[in-house]
Every structure is written in C-alpha cells, then in structure tokens.
Design a binder for this molecule. Structure first.
Ligand code: PLP
Length: 399
C-alpha cells in the first residue's frame, strides 16, 4: 500500500519547484509564483484521473470527510450511517459535525452490507458513508440503490482505495462525494493530505468555500481580503508542497497498483496452501487496487493458531479483530462515550446521553472479522521476503 516505498527524484524535483518559487500558499502571490499553482494542478489532475467533474484538496482524509459532510449539510440532530469496520476517522468526522454515527454490519467484502444498511435507515438519516476498505470495492451499486430509494446522499470514504475501480469506474465517483487520504501510509502519499471529488458543482463550491473560512473565491478588486462569504467555514487548506508531491505520486499510481497486483497474486498463491482457507470477496478483481490480501480460516480459534505459527516463522498477519483502530468492538473511546467536554458532547446533549453503543451490536461482522487474517501487499517485494513467506505458510499449513 504505501506510496512512500517509491519516493524518489520525481517528488524531490516537485518540492524543489515550490521551494525555489518561495510560495507555499495555494492562493494569492500571483507575481512570485511564476505561473505555478501546484495544489490547483493536483486537483485538476486528480479529477481527470478519477473521472470526476471537480476535486477539492484538503489537509487530510479526515478533513476531507468533514468538509464533504459539512457540504452535505450534516449537523446536530442527524444520523449518518457507516460500517463497523473502518478507520476511526470515518466516525470521528461524523461526530465532529455534531451528528450521530450509526454502524452497519460488513459482509464477506469486508465492507457495508446493503441489507443491513436498509434496516438502519431512519427519518434522521442524513448521509450514508460506505468505506472501500483495504483497496477494494464496497457493494456501491447496491448501496447507492438503497440510498436513492430513500433519497439520501452517499459519501464514499475512498481513503484506502486510490487507484481502485468497479467495472472501470473509479471508486469515489458513484456517490455524491468521494473522499481520499494521502497520509503517510496510504497508496499515494503527500505526508498529510486529502481530496474530495464530486460531479456536483454546487457541492464542490460549498466544499471549496467551507475548507477556506468561507471565502467565495470570486475575483474582485480587493483581492483575497475583499472576498465575501455566505456561511461559516474552517481552515483545511492544502499547502503547495503537498500539492507538488501529490502530482509526482499520482503519476506513479498506476505503476503502484500494477506492482501490488503482481505481488498480491504471489501472496494469494502462497496462502492457498492453508487447509480450508477462503478469500475475501472481491467484486471486480481488475479494479482491485491490491493493497491487502485478506483470507478467512474456518473459525477464530484456527485463525489464532495459524497466525501464531506464522508469527513464529517471521510472517505474522494482521488480525483486525485485535486492532484498536479499525474494528467496532475495540473502539473503547466510542463505546464508553469518552470525551473531555464537561457536558459530555458529542455523546450527550444538555446533560442527557443521546447515544449509547452496544459492543455486541454487530455479530455478523464479528463472525467474519474474527476469523480473518490480512497481509499488507507491498509495492517492492524482495526475493528473501517471498521465500520466508512461502516457508512460513507451509509450516502453518501443517499445524
Ligand atoms: C486513513 C483513513 C482516513 C483518514 O485519513 P487521514 O489522512 O489519516 O486523516 C479516513 N478513512 C479511512 C478508511 C482511512 O483509512
């Protein structure tokens, strides 16, 4: 997954362009920047790459979610539905808007179960946020159909799936908005950074304004200081250096995905020696960005034993059910309603708890995730690592 593996001369040259111009800010300084607008150029290149009408760069994937939710008008009194297997950022952004996150089960795609989504919709549901976890597709067409039936917008959290597609169409372009992360460990990285894409010009305008203190960005004789605003915003602006690195990384994205596909095929072959192993359901193999390989053992006990053997042989897998950042029953800060706010916000309003989460609320997800093991697929895969993996898996297969 991580684009940092192939950081090189291209990123360096891009950063030097910016340092030589001396302009770090994405707006203004027209005379000094010698025609260079890196963030703007990155937005245009990202929109063109994904096939979206508009792109708005921001400071992180979490900021992208926040900006997109704000543009959709999500706030207090609303519910936003997402899945119980995602990174905490997805629901942090929902809470930060003042809304209540509601969680669905995942199915064998390890993404949102559309049937459970249908059950969780209430008159308060303001947005639906499926996540394309670990580089591969949620059942976005089925999810979109449910959402459309209820007239609720879909925001695709595509933080982990840059370069991922479904039937040739880039992920993040199915819903009203798609959001991306370019943090340090994502498929393409700018260190910190994010992007929102949309085909809806009104939504894009709102995101553009919200992310920059409400600036309407309409040219006027007073310059930036003379711009007006029609609502309150915040600051989630990307820097020129990030935009420059993003351009270099985006140019490598297809090459990254191609390398990962090759390595994932090797991993899959090696893992196939495990008795009774099954693989994560991938809706469209050709559109998988191939950042991770997930496989299932018959039960949790077997997954524990196999991973123990793999660890001992130096090739331990990720067990998401043991990870505190991605799996609902492990989110103790959410389940416990932990906050430093005296009034209990965002879990309580007016001293009254507005939401309580049951750790046992997602049994179908637990039954799947607790028997899953995952390997992160690298871009660069040295021969020694291959040999070690094959040997470790053969050993684990024999237990
Ligand atoms: C990484 C990630 C985010 C947040 O992105 P940051 O750039 O780290 O803020 C949001 N959602 C998912 C699913 C992620 O993996």
């Amino acid at each position: 997954m991580p684009g940092f593996e192939i950081f090189g001369a291209e990123e360096k040259a891009q950063v030097m362009d910016v340092l030589e111009s001396g302009v770090l800010f994405r707006y203004e300084f027209a005379d000094q920047r010698k025609g260079m607008w890196k963030v703007l150029e990155f937005e245009r290149a990202f929109a063109a790459y994904t096939g979206a009408g508009h792109a708005q760069a921001v400071t992180s994937g979490t900021a992208a979610l926040k900006v997109a939710l704000a543009a959709l008008g999500v706030g207090e009194g609303d519910e936003v539905i997402t899945q119980g297997f995602t990174f905490v950022a997805t629901w942090e952004a929902i809470l930060d808007c003042g809304a209540v996150p509601v969680f669905t089960e995942v199915d064998l795609t390890l993404n949102m179960d559309p049937a459970d989504l249908e059950k969780k919709i209430t008159p308060k549901t303001k947005a639906i946020v499926p996540v394309h976890m670990m580089g591969a597709q949620a059942r976005i067409e089925a999810i979109k159909a449910v959402a459309d039936r209820h007239n609720i917008p879909v925001l695709e959290d595509t933080a982990q799936a840059a370069g991922g597609r479904l039937n040739g169409r880039h992920l993040g372009t199915f819903g009203a908005v798609g959001t991306f992360s370019f943090d340090a460990v994502k498929t393409m990285t700018t260190g910190e950074g994010g992007m929102c894409i949309t085909n809806d010009q009104t939504l894009w305008r709102r995101m553009s304004e919200y992310h920059d203190h409400g600036h309407d960005h309409i040219p006027n004789p007073g310059g930036r200081g003379g711009e007006s605003r029609s609502f309150i915003g915040f600051n989630y602006r990307m820097m020129e250096i990030q935009g420059a690195i993003g351009l270099a990384q985006l140019a490598k994205l297809d090459q990254i995905v191609a390398a990962q596909k090759k390595n994932k095929a090797f991993f899959r072959e090696a893992v196939s020696v495990l008795p009774e192993v099954q693989f994560r359901e991938i809706l469209d193999e050709a559109g998988d960005s191939a950042t991770f390989l997930t496989f299932f053992l018959p039960d949790a006990q077997r997954a524990t034993a196999v991973n123990q053997a793999l660890r001992e042989a130096g090739a331990g897998a990720v067990r998401w059910s043991e990870n505190g950042w991605h799996y609902y029953p492990k989110w103790e800060q959410l389940l416990g309603g932990k906050t430093y706010c005296q009034g209990g916000w965002p879990f309580s309003v007016g001293g009254k708890r507005r939401v309580v989460y049951d750790p046992q609320a997602l049994p179908a997800s637990a039954a799947i995730i607790e028997r899953a093991l995952t390997y992160q697929v690298p871009i660069l895969l040295p021969e020694e690592q291959k040999t070690k993996m094959v040997a470790a898996l053969k050993k684990a297969a024999a237990i």
